[in-house]
Design a protein around this ligand. Structure first.
Ligand code: CTP
Length: 422
């Protein structure tokens, strides 16, 4: 077994006359068991064709930064992350200069700037370019920054001059690849505190499924008018996000709102109370149901198919019928009642008393009661003063941001679920 068996080399072919030797290099690396993915710069394509590179490497050839938009899953980060080593052969004065100066203006230079892998460069260029102080300065910087070099060799140049600048022979580059890989890990560590986020401990709601209703419902009167309320959906969104942060799988059933969907949750958008009930029922089972939506209590009995017009005989009478009570339906579900069912009570008078009545009537486990009277600024605002009403206790929380209410409510859910499983 060769020392290269199973190794993944990402080969960058830059634009130089020595590019043809890269074809042999691919063959030699593969003979020894390495897989070779190739990125070609635009000018490399003047010297060898992607087709011959692809047939020798047995892999698709990446030719331009543009291909990142076509293949987002194989972006520059992934390309180099998957490799054990990056080899640049031939490494032109241009690509070495881009590397030393942090320039990223095509796929090759971009992935060289973004990579966490060791780079081995096999320079090839005209003698004077090699000896130029600018190139020598770049080389010194690259050497000091962990880039390995193979060559260049002395010899006759394609341009007729003699001296250093010829790309090393493929077998010499293979030996250098083996030598670099033999050193061990070629991944360049990042400074402490940055990089891939450490694995998060599983959240307190990991493995739990939570359904949250949110926002108002709109009940059509005719194609242009509807019955609604002032709910913004902010509190429901905050609860959904807090539950998602705690590791739960969260599904939000949202009425029409002007805010963005909750991060970390999936959202189903509905219009009416009946659609909301249907969506919640379809989404069961769940461990927790939080009914934060301000569901319209009534809907027009027979919404007009066309826009209602003024008839000259005064306003039309609107006949209303009651909407289904989603919270009561779910908390009395014969087979799929979530273990914890939480309701809200938006009140303007006798807050706790009304909340207690709702708790009993709707048979939920607790009610989050809040005063939404004129001047409280709760509807649409960012803060909320709530009371946690249970069968025999009332816990009044201070005025808090809706995010903080959400975080506390999620903590309470964790405790209640634990109590119920005991
Ligand atoms: N709710 C519901 N379906 C309805 C009405 C309300 O699921 N058709 C839920 C709300 O999401 C909330 C709780 O029931 O969690 C209480 O809502 P609220 O509007 O305060 O109470 P109502 O049941 O509408 O009672 P009332 O009109 O007497 O205040």
């Amino acid at each position: 077994m060769s020392s290269l068996t199973g190794k993944r080399v990402l080969l960058i072919i830059a634009g130089g006359i020595a590019a043809y030797k890269a074809l042999d290099l691919i063959r030699r690396l593969r003979e020894r068991g390495a897989s070779v993915h190739v990125v070609m710069t635009e000018s490399a394509e003047q010297f060898v064709t992607p087709l011959s590179v692809a047939s020798l490497s047995g892999e698709k050839v990446h030719t331009a930064l543009f291909s990142l938009t076509v293949e987002p899953e194989m972006g520059h980060i992934e390309l180099s992350r998957d490799a054990d080593l990056i080899v640049i052969a031939p490494a032109t004065a241009n690509i070495l200069s881009k590397m030393a100066n942090g320039i990223a203006d095509d796929l090759a230079s971009t992935l060289l700037l973004a990579t966490d892998k060791k780079v081995l460069a096999a320079p090839a260029m005209n003698l004077r370019m090699w000896l130029h102080p600018a190139t020598q300065r770049n080389l010194a910087w690259l050497r000091a920054n962990n880039v390995a070099f193979c060559g260049p060799d002395d010899g006759e140049m394609a341009c007729g001059e003699f001296g250093p600048g010829r790309m090393s022979e493929p077998l010499a580059i293979v030996a250098a690849v083996e030598a670099v890989l033999a050193i061990g890990s070629t991944t360049i560590p990042l400074p402490a505190g940055v990089g891939i986020r450490p694995e998060k401990p599983p959240g307190l709601l990991a493995g739990r499924r939570v359904i949250v209703t949110s926002g108002p419902t709109h009940e059509p009167i005719d194609p242009v008018r509807y019955l609604a309320n002032r709910s913004s959906g902010k509190q429901g969104k905050a609860i959904a996000e807090a539950a998602a942060r705690a590791g739960a799988e969260v599904i939000v059933i949202s009425g029409p709102v002007a805010i963005s969907d909750a991060a970390g949750a999936s959202t189903i958008h509905v219009e009416t109370a009946r659609e909301m009930l249907e969506a919640v029922s379809r989404t069961l089972p769940a461990d927790i149901f939080i009914s934060a939506a301000a569901v319209a209590d009534w809907r027009a009995e027979a919404p007009a198919g066309d826009k209602m017009k003024k008839s000259g005989n005064g306003p039309p009478s609107l006949s209303l019928v009651e909407n289904p009570d989603i919270l009561a339906t779910i908390s009395q579900h014969a087979t799929l009642r979530p273990r914890l069912v939480i309701g809200f009570a938006a009140e303007t008078t006798n807050l706790v008393e009304h909340a207690r009545q709702k708790l009993a009537r709707k048979k939920c486990d607790l009610i989050v009661a809040n005063d939404v009277g004129t001047g409280t600024g709760v509807m649409g605002g960012d803060q909320n003063t709530v009371h946690i009403v249970q069968a025999d206790t009332v816990d009044s929380w201070p005025k808090l941001d809706k995010d903080e209410v959400a975080a506390r409510l999620v903590d309470l859910c964790v405790t209640k679920l634990e109590e119920k499983t005991r």
